[in-house]
Design a protein around this ligand. Structure first.
Ligand code: MOS
Length: 716
């Protein structure tokens, strides 16, 4: 749709930069290797820490034979529960209580496989690894349980886990068609290209942290509180981040590195291996879901029920909010949605791209396709029939809602009209072909943020905001927003981010980063413009600075249902003899607020959709019940979609600025993955006549489905 343009030196004074495709301001630095990541910033006198992770899933550490490894070359320290500094365990941080997984080396308890039991510090990374891998740890092992499923003993309903209206059972009983189906999604991992890494040093009485995170002020404040330091005594920077997706908050390696730097009074770096990333930095819980839908002959929903189970650790409750998906999406006379949680002996799951909506949409959007089939209705028509005018459960108005516009535009671009709804009717050689669709939504939020904009004496502008660019292009988007607010060309704007000294700001999370930061930057820039002297020469050497804090502006937002929307379309080819599924086409059309930079925005959407493809067909972390650990904690065993798996992939959008947001943003980081897996599973059904309710749709499952179909006939 849009091609990249290059702005030249003769760019007009008034930029209109927002909405024009622009490559990343730090792009050249990144592709030439000049950009330094947390694990590669050079420091004199740097020591290297290596985490030692528990090999048992539950029990106690009985003994750590540190003497033997202290004698190894280069070893400087072995930190563990008997000698490590104490941290506070009553901290309520910026985003709630930190996961107790960060309270490392405080006692001898082992709550899960991969729990950090020691940090070995040495002169070089290789020496640290050698010593860490030869450290003998003796355990007192206790029986563990890592198994998960619906209706297991110990499952409970979290606080505010249910939402209901109407008499569900009565409406189900009165329905013409009732669908009752169960779905599962497996444990999934973020798999950021850049593994977690941190470098820590004490400098001039301050703790300086060079990190890879989603929010430097968040990590700084949590670290300060854990170590009982003044907030001003901790500075965290995170200049470049190679992907995060929810996993890059405060983690065990940060705390271990701070302990080591404090003990040794030397800079200490801890870099995780891919296996350690799998073990210690969070993941998406597996889910087990039951959807019940009851409808009239014309497709109107009488009953909508969704029960969503996830697991959590024994240390902390984490709710994967999958049952929230339907609460805003579909009208029904009776609505009942519920979360259930099961604590087992695993590390705590965490947010992962579209937490809740990604698995929740798989179940709901698959179930709607199944219902459409039974009603003999077009799947899009069924969604149109159940489009709400206000929040189906809340009764609140929508700030704006253009789901149907997405379906209309998507159907036109994809060529949905004229589709033969009957399954297993299109064939091409060994391939069965099918198409499918699904809806998509993600909450549109905004959070208080501070920002400062300085007019420099040389005619340029400096923006300071504790944003994080985790690969999204946020730094560039903020440059464009500031340029337009200042009415100057983007070349005159320098955006500095990811430094906790810039003050409180929302994190790169919840699809709320660029929206929250952009609002604050725009407000500061406009304020500054009003205060500038008429002649640029009158700006003093230290510049003129305007600061904003959006707390009060945001508090004034009225109560509404605020969401982005999308429609996902997929075409697949399935070889039922080999079980191979190939996605041929994916199209997503989104109504997701004002698009700041079409180039990086498209990459956000298609990146999310690629995750959805990967979720549908490949991704699955497998735990060994006997050890409680992963059997495939690397990219050889944990399959993610590679280039050859990703086909003609298109993301488009329809104009949809948020009416209550001065920048117009709604947030685009997560919606791309929502509904994609359902669209693909629905297309696989259309191709083969077999429903896949368990992800991923592996070849063995396709073969099993084919065998069952032959046994029981096409209506199994
Ligand atoms: Mo994202 S899962 O909100 O970091």
């Amino acid at each position: 749709m849009t091609t990249q343009t290059t702005q030249t030196q003769s760019a007009p004074a008034r930029a209109n930069a927002v909405g024009v495709a622009r490559s990343r301001v730090e792009g050249v630095e990144k592709v030439t290797g000049a950009a330094r990541y947390a694990g590669e910033i050079p420091f004199a006198d740097l020591a290297h820490g290596w985490l030692v992770l528990s090999t048992i899933a539950r029990g106690r550490v009985r003994a750590i034979d540190e003497e033997a490894v202290r004698a190894l070359p280069g070893v400087l320290a072995v930190l563990h529960h008997k000698n490590a500094p104490r941290v506070r365990d009553d901290v309520i941080g910026g985003l709630g209580r930190p996961d107790p997984i960060v309270e490392v080396f405080q006692d001898d308890r082992v709550p899960h496989a991969g729990w950090p039991v020691a940090l070995v510090v040495a002169e070089t990374s290789e020496q640290a690894r050698e010593a860490a891998e030869s450290l003998v740890v003796e355990y007192e092992e206790e029986p563990h349980d890592v198994s998960f499923g619906a209706d297991r003993p110990g499952t409970y309903t979290p606080e505010e886990g249910e939402a209901a209206k109407g008499d569900l059972e009565a409406e189900l009983a009165a329905s013409h068609v009732v669908l009752d189906a169960s779905y599962t999604t497996p444990e999934q991992h973020h798999g950021a290209m850049e593994p977690h890494a941190v470098t820590v040093r004490w400098e001039g009485g301050r703790l300086e942290v060079f990190d890879s995170n989603q929010g430097s002020k968040w990590v700084a404040d949590d670290l300060a509180n854990l170590f009982s330091l003044d907030l001003s005594a901790v500075r965290v920077r995170s200049e470049h981040v190679g992907g995060a997706f929810g996993s890059k908050g405060l983690r065990a390696h940060h705390v271990a590195a701070v302990m080591a730097a404090t003990e040794l009074q030397r800079p200490v770096r801890v870099v995780l291996t891919r296996r350690q990333v799998f073990a210690t930095t969070g993941y998406r819980s597996p889910t087990a879901q039951r959807v019940r839908l009851g409808a009239d002959p014309d497709g109107r929903l009488r009953a909508f029920a969704h029960e969503h189970h996830n697991l959590t650790s024994t240390m902390r409750e984490f709710v994967e909010n999958g049952a929230s998906y339907g609460r805003s999406m579909y009208e029904a006379t009776a609505h009942h949605t519920a979360h259930r949680v099961l604590p087992v002996d695993v590390a705590t799951p965490t947010w992962m791209r579209a937490p809740g909506e990604a698995p929740g949409s798989f179940a709901v959007e698959s179930a709607l396709d199944e219902l459409a089939e039974r009603l003999g209705m077009d799947p899009i028509a069924l969604r149109v029939r159940n489009e709400p005018t206000v929040g189906p459960v809340s009764g609140l108005p929508f700030s704006s809602r253009n789901l149907l516009g997405c379906f209309e535009e998507g159907a036109r671009r994809f060529g949905w009209a004229g589709r033969d709804p009957r399954p297993r009717t299109r064939r091409e050689g060994r391939w069965l072909l099918g198409t499918g669709t699904a809806a998509s939504t993600f909450p549109s939020g905004v959070a208080p943020t501070t920002a400062a904009v300085t007019a420099e004496a040389d005619g340029t502008y400096t923006v300071r905001v504790t944003a994080a660019d985790v690969g999204t292009g946020a730094r560039t988007a903020l440059t464009l927003i500031a340029a337009d607010a200042l009415e100057v060309a983007p070349e005159r704007v320098r955006v500095r981010i990811a430094d906790s000294d810039f003050g409180p700001a929302w994190v790169a999370g919840g699809s709320m980063g660029t929206r929250s930061w952009g609002w604050a930057v725009q407000a500061a820039a406009r304020d500054l413009r009003e205060r500038l002297p008429l002649a640029p020469g009158d700006i003093p050497a230290e510049g003129i600075t305007a600061r904003t804090d959006t707390t009060e502006l945001i508090a004034r937002l009225s109560a509404k249902e605020r969401y982005s929307y999308g429609a996902q379309f997929a075409e697949v080819a399935v070889d039922v003899a080999s079980g191979e599924v190939r996605v041929r086409r994916l199209l997503g059309v989104f109504a997701a607020g004002k698009i700041i930079n079409p180039l990086t925005a498209r990459s956000q959407f298609t990146g999310g959709m690629t995750w959805g493809l990967s979720m549908a067909l490949h991704e699955e972390a497998v735990r060994d019940a006997a050890t409680g650990g992963h059997v495939n904690a690397d990219f050889a065993g944990y399959h993610v979609a590679a280039n050859a798996d990703v086909p003609d992939l298109q993301a488009e959008w329809i104009d949809d600025p948020d009416p209550d947001d001065p920048v117009g943003i709604k947030g685009i980081g997560e919606i791309g993955i929502v509904g994609t897996a359902a669209a693909i599973a629905n297309a696989v059904w259309h191709a083969t006549g077999v429903r896949h309710r368990d992800l991923p749709i592996r070849p063995d499952r396709v073969l099993l489905g084919e065998a069952r179909r032959e046994e029981t006939g096409p209506h199994a």
